[in-house]
Design a protein around this ligand. Structure first.
Ligand SMILES: *[C@@H]1O[C@H](CO)[C@@H](O)[C@H](O)[C@H]1NC(C)=O
Ligand SMILES: *[C@@H]1O[C@H](CO)[C@@H](O)[C@H](O)[C@H]1NC(C)=O
Ligand SMILES: *[C@@H]1O[C@H](CO)[C@@H](O)[C@H](O)[C@H]1NC(C)=O
Length: 267
């Protein structure tokens, strides 16, 4: 009889870990981390093209690039990111994006003479893990303040947002350089940059973090504070675990071989 229940006892350590992990998850901020990059490319009259790019982790700006084509680190997090090996490739990829979007705008103007200046294109890439752990990425494009189209990087689906945006969606969707760039950046680059920067964000949440940007730190520490509903979730698990422990310890002393908790001392 003791032998038959041994596998359950073996598994109880894993179960322990699982419960601990899910408890920790409840105590951490509930919003999943997301990394977003906003590209703005514009031109008015005879003036030159201008652009800016801003990268944000959880709405905190970490990288900023302007028309001089240099990218700067912003804040503590940005400076930490700058010290990593992805910094230069990230800045290069952002510049490639600017070039590609400018090219497309020039092409659009050639193809469609009803487009008037001033012209402003906004492209926004976001990626992150959903609360359920699924990876998600997307691109959104606005032209002169109109929401044109949305690209879901996981399904590869392009959708028009506001009426009258089909022409632009079709023009961009039929360009191979564009489709490849959008796919590679949101599925690949964004994901690896997020992996690179996430540990620094978690480090920042430690109470020893610098006092700069107090609003963010305050919000995070509030999110970490456990509340009564968290306790109500943890409590039944703890009781269940306590019972499992008792059963396993009991069987362990009866000589069931290979039990994961066999070596635990019985009181
Ligand atoms: C040209 O752009 C206008 C909006 O400025 C749009 O309504 C029209 O459908 C476009 N035409 C073509 C041929 O793409
Ligand atoms: C992630 O996917 C869901 C469902 O497909 C979607 O509603 C959500 O907006 C996506 N999030 C991002 C950041 O793209
Ligand atoms: C406690 O946390 C839950 C989610 O874990 C949340 O829905 C609820 O509003 C929080 N309650 C308080 C008082 O903060």
């Amino acid at each position: 009889m003791a032998k038959a229940s041994a596998p359950m006892c073996n598994g109880s350590r894993n179960l322990n870990l699982l419960v601990l992990l899910s408890c920790l998850e409840f105590m951490l901020p509930t919003d999943a981390d997301s990394l977003c990059y906003s590209f703005t490319v514009g031109k008015s009259g005879s003036g030159p093209w201008w652009h800016q790019v801003q990268g944000q982790l959880n709405t905190e700006t970490v990288i900023y690039c302007d028309s001089s084509n240099t990218c700067q680190a912003n804040g503590i997090l940005g400076n930490r990111l700058k010290a990593t090996k992805t910094w230069e490739t990230q800045a290069d990829t952002l510049r490639d994006g600017v070039d590609l979007f400018k090219q497309q705008m020039v092409y659009m103007k050639q193809e469609n003479n009803t487009i008037r200046e001033p012209l402003t294109l906004q492209a926004r890439m976001c990626c992150g893990h959903e609360v359920d752990g699924e990876f998600n990425g997307s691109w959104d494009f606005d032209l002169n303040g109109h929401k044109m189209f949305h690209v879901d990087s996981i399904t590869g689906k392009w959708t028009e947002v506001e009426p009258g945006s089909r022409w632009m969606k079709e023009m961009w969707e039929n360009n191979r350089d564009v489709t490849i760039f959008l796919k590679m950046t949101s599925r690949g680059d964004c994901r690896s940059w997020l992996e690179e920067i996430k540990p620094h964000w978690e480090e920042k949440l430690e109470p020893t973090a610098s006092p700069i940007a107090p609003d963010v730190d305050q919000a995070s520490s509030m999110a970490i504070k456990p509340n009564i509903s968290v306790l109500l979730i943890i409590l039944p698990y703890s009781i269940l675990l306590w019972f499992l422990r008792r059963i396993c310890d009991h069987e362990g002393t009866e000589g069931s071989v290979g039990s994961g908790v066999r070596d635990r001392k019985k009181e």
